[in-house]
Design a protein around this ligand. Structure first.
Ligand code: NDP
Length: 253
């Protein structure tokens, strides 16, 4: 029996990397639903690759009206929502992570908006449409636990995301909605191409690989398997906590 048969999911940022890996795993386990992103081309391509059952809804997760529309339209199309994966985030367009001397107030606000504020309001805007007993998965990061140069603001935002899961799961106890964080370690996704020049990409990935005890970077499909667990009834006793899926990196210094 498929683990997510007849479940309806929304995966924000499902048109790339980890979000797409999660949507693929959900599809394999029998779920249907919505993937989102801002780029219509990659969104259409991802919907096509997923095959039947998933639709794409374009939207910016830092805009309240877009978040409202994503959940309203999904509910109208599928009649219910069982799972939300709050995945969109990471690097702010045109604004790489930087040292404290280079971070402007605007840069700081945009990182917090994309990675923390949007996570909170994605959950808030989903609530009117969510089933009681639903599962919400926030995507955190091993960066919340392991400092890296220039990543302070992003790391702090992701640490706060982990805290959100704890608080929200108490807030939503009455409706038996479970909220957990899935924190990826170093996962091989297009994000590295956004921050590293092409000629250095392989070298940078090797540096990350050398830090990971299991000897490889993670794959979006690794995150997909963990997300299936958190979305399914197999994790019905897992509430307000974090799964850190990083190949052991965080524990080795
Ligand atoms: P990608 O760059 O491959 O994907 C990012 C996704 O977020 C895209 O689908 C993008 O779609 C979407 N997105 C970005 N900004 C917005 C926005 N303002 N509104 C709506 N959608 C947006 O990155 P990853 O797959 O690597 O990252 C996914 C998540 O995993 C992020 O939260 C990231 O912080 C986290 N993570 C990643 C790690 C890694 O090693 N890869 C490690 C730890 C955490 P579009 O551009 O079309 O809007």
């Amino acid at each position: 029996m498929s683990k997510l048969q007849n479940k309806v999911a929304v995966v924000t940022g499902g048109n790339s990397g980890i979000g797409f890996g999660i949507a693929e795993a959900f599809h394999t386990e029998g779920a249907v639903g919505t993937i989102t992103g801002r780029n219509p081309e990659t969104l259409n391509q991802a919907v096509e690759e997923l095959g039947s059952g998933f639709i794409g809804i374009q939207g910016d997760v830092t805009k309240m009206e877009d978040l409202e529309r994503i959940f309203k339209d999904t509910f109208e199309r599928f009649g219910k929502i069982d799972t939300v994966v709050v995945n969109a985030g990471g690097i702010v367009d045109g604004s790489p992570m930087a040292a404290i001397t280079e971070i402007t107030e605007d840069n700081y606000d945009r990182y917090m908006d994309l990675n923390l504020k949007s996570s909170y309001f994605t959950v808030q805007k989903a609530l009117p449409y969510l089933n009681d007993g639903a599962s919400i998965i926030l995507i955190g990061s091993s960066a919340a636990h392991r400092a890296a140069p220039g990543m302070t603001v992003y790391s702090a935002a992701k640490a706060a995301v982990i805290s959100l899961a704890k608080g929200l799961s108490l807030d939503l106890l009455e409706r038996k909605i479970r909220v957990n964080t899935l924190s990826p370690g170093s996962i091989d996704t297009p994000v590295f191409g956004k921050i590293v020049p092409p000629e250095q990409l392989q070298q940078v990935k090797q540096v990350w690989t050398d830090l990971i005890p299991v000897g490889r970077m993670g794959l979006p499909s690794d995150m997909g398997k963990a997300a299936v667990f958190l979305a399914s009834d197999d994790s019905s006793f897992v509430v307000g906590t974090e799964i850190l899926s990083d190949g052991g990196m965080t524990n080795i210094s």
